[in-house]
Design a protein around this ligand. Structure first.
Ligand code: AMP
Length: 562
């Protein structure tokens, strides 16, 4: 029975099989190895996964969703065509599609799978990933940390000992991990990142450059125009990874705008983003308390590290060349398959997570002494602190005759509490007195299960309050069983229909993005295509599909592959 490695990503997901010749990627029904992590519920109730679902984000926003990995481990989800789906269920639909692709390739069932998760994933987020696998009918006994998978793909596990820095820049997130291989164990020593920084931001920087050239404010553009501009910017971004300049052509506000962007111009526009990449790298190295000179290898992962400027930045920062894979967006899936292969031979690399550290800063919101009308974070437990841990601090009234001190508990790295996640609050009454006279002692205790206990003690009255904040977002076993049955009812379309569905979704998106005569043309072609498909006489639709696809290409400038 085949064993698989799966990269369940925020933007794209991939599945690879372990074979005698090493890990091998599996193509989906459309012939792509990258399946966009997007779901759309079709009009007949079937769940579309991947490219057609991504196309329908624009045309059927109330039936389509993407980027749900961000919600794993919480009870958040999306309402699609009137039914609420949790993140686990949406991920399960992606996993099920990947499993079916692999089964179509091998002709047999997929026995086991290893799924990769970010190193910073907390216990509830890991549990949610395992639940998603169960909902998809996959046997998953273990997860692998994404940076460890990257190291495995590069064969770094064969080294006796070493320190590796893994930099993963995907579509929407940047993850930095410091790994230490020692005595057969790969350990994540520190992780840092920016959950709102990725290839999409570089695309947006190009969008702004083009708009400025034509004295257009992107905020003023109608949605279809903005969608067109963003697609053209994405296309140019890819082109500039392979060439020094790229021409563009895009219809905006009823006028065709043409020009050329050089790589240099792009890199100048991206300077603020490059500066933001530096911070988490420096943080991870400092948190792990290692001298950058002692890092043995630096590994680049993620599609956005194809941009020469990201490689140049890392080379400059460390004074040496990083390891880069020719297909950086496939590395994690390949590494997960390596781990699956090792596991089958009972030789799996032990991969230690930082479950013994608190992955985020915990603190309370206080009035900012330098800007009294603002609030700022007062951290009590800092990110990457070894758990269990207990820390306390004293806080005083800031107003005369203040009746109570409200302790508002937040999680996150931002200075402003409003940009972090609020966990809860406790209110402690204090006797009326001049400002600064009355105070409380606040103690935070964080345990290995991710539960936070907050204790507040009032100084003069001795009154105490205590609350435990637990992450209870995970599903119960019965819940998983019930949801498994419900999800089994939602079919994915038969494989032989996948290409037809994808073409229809693409034509609908192009229709939404275009105007006037072009629209009418696309509409007519789509009508003809659907009529021909419905024709009982039609035996083989492949010629029909090819002609329709080529015709659609005329409305969409295809992307060069770097
Ligand atoms: P991943 O999540 O690793 O698949 O990374 C996706 C991101 O990589 C997206 O923002 C893509 O635009 C970006 N990307 C993929 N290929 C290239 C390329 N050739 N040049 C620049 N960015 C790319």
């Amino acid at each position: 029975m085949a064993i698989a490695g799966i990269d369940l990503g925020t933007t794209n997901s991939l599945i690879a099989l372990w074979t005698e010749d090493g890990p091998q990627l599996v193509e989906n029904a459309l012939g792509d190895t990258l399946t966009p992590s997007a779901i759309s519920i079709a009009e007949d109730g079937a769940a579309l996964v991947g490219r057609p679902a991504a196309d329908r984000l624009i045309t059927h926003p109330d039936r389509s969703v993407a980027s749900f990995k961000r919600w794993m481990g919480s009870s958040a989800g999306a309402r699609l065509a009137g039914r609420f789906y949790r993140a686990e269920e949406l991920s399960a639909l992606v996993l099920r599609a990947l499993k079916e692709d692999a089964e179509a390739k091998t002709g047999g069932p997929i026995g086991e799978a290893v799924i990769s998760v970010p190193a910073y994933f907390s216990d509830p987020q890991r549990k949610a990933t395992l639940d998603a696998a169960r909902l998809a009918g996959l046997t998953v006994e273990r997860l692998v940390n994404e940076p460890t998978a990257a190291a495995l793909a590069h064969g770094l596990d064969t080294q006796e000992e070493g320190r590796f820095l893994i930099l993963d820049l995907g579509g929407g997130t940047f993850d930095v991990s410091l790994l230490h291989k020692f005595e057969g164990v790969m350990e994540v020593r520190a992780s840092a990142g920016d959950s709102h920084l990725g290839g999409d931001d570089f695309r947006d920087a190009l969008t702004a450059v083009i708009a400025r050239r034509h004295a257009i404010n992107p905020d003023d553009l109608p949605r279809p125009d903005l969608a067109r501009l963003m697609r053209e910017a994405e296309r140019i971004k890819h082109a500039l990874s392979a060439q020094e300049n790229a021409p563009y052509e895009v219809a905006l506000l009823d006028e065709t705008r043409r020009g050329e962007i050089t790589r240099l111009e792009f890199e100048e526009a991206a300077q603020p983003l490059l500066r933001r990449l530096r911070a988490p790298i420096e943080r991870a190295v400092a948190d792990a308390r290692v001298d950058p000179q002692t890092i043995d290898q630096i590994v680049l992962v993620g599609g956005a590290t194809r941009m020469p400027m990201t490689r140049a930045l890392v080379t400059r920062l460390f004074g040496r060349f990083p390891l880069a894979h020719p297909r950086p967006d496939q590395v994690i899936a390949l590494g997960a398959a390596v781990q699956a292969g090792l596991k089958a031979r009972h030789a799996a690399l032990a991969d230690l997570v930082m479950t013994d550290v608190c992955p985020f800063t915990l603190g309370i919101s206080v009035r900012d002494p330098t800007a009294p009308d603002q609030r700022s974070m007062s951290p009590l437990i800092e990110r990457n602190a070894v758990v269990p841990i207990s820390r306390s601090g004293r806080y005083f009234t800031v107003d005369d005759n203040q009746a109570a001190i409200v302790v508002e508990v937040y999680q996150g790295e931002n200075l402003r509490p409003s940009q972090n996640i609020k966990i809860g609050d406790l209110r402690m009454p204090v006797p009326m007195a001049p400002a600064g006279r009355e105070g409380v002692e606040v103690r935070f205790t964080y345990d290995v299960n991710g539960a936070l206990e907050v204790e507040v003690a009032a100084q003069t009255t001795g009154q105490r309050e205590r609350r435990v904040f637990r992450n209870e977002a995970n599903l119960s076993t019965e819940d998983v069983d019930a949801r498994f049955r419900a999800l089994a009812e939602i079919k994915t379309p038969p494989r032989d229909q996948a290409e037809n569905r994808a073409l229809i979704a693409r034509a609908e998106r192009l229709y939404a993005e275009s105007l006037g005569a072009q629209r009418e043309h696309i509409k007519r072609m789509l009508g003809d295509f659907e009529t021909a498909l419905a024709d009982q006489q039609l035996r083989d639709a492949s010629g029909l599909r090819r002609r329709f696809s080529e015709a659609l290409d005329g409305f969409e400038r295809t992307w060069p592959t770097a």
